[in-house]
Design a protein around this ligand. Sequence first.
Ligand code: RB5
Length: 146
Amino acid sequence: MIVIGSDHGGFALKEEIKKHLEDKGVAFTDVGSYDGASVDYPDIAKAACEKIVSGECDKGLLFCGTGVGISIAANKIKGIRACCCSDAYSAKLTRQHNNANVLCMGGRVVSGGLAEMMVDQFLETEFEGGRHQRRIDKITAIENEQ
Ligand code: RB5
């Protein structure tokens, strides 16, 4: 199960990606925004990421105007590794190397076609483990020191 969410800046792209997920038969839950009205991206990041840390959802797709604000907010939540991407290579590598569990994109930055490609890479690529696990463990250690 995937959780998906956006503020007003990412709303239109979120709706496009929802259609893409439906076409591919990927199950998702949407934590809003539901109408494109102005909302604060930290509220959406929190609602979405809580579903990941609770185990209700495996991964998240978050959108704001740039993808930056919502990724900063998501990364404040323990256990979240969110990456803000605007290319498919990074969306794939952040799974292989960083074991990212949230992909953030900017509705004012990337096109629908590119976002679909990034989502596919992100959802279909496995974490490689090995030397990368050691680095993830160090990120977790930093998180636990806070
Ligand atoms: C909202 O106007 C905008 O600031 C937000 O969507 C996002 O781009 C912040 O990083």
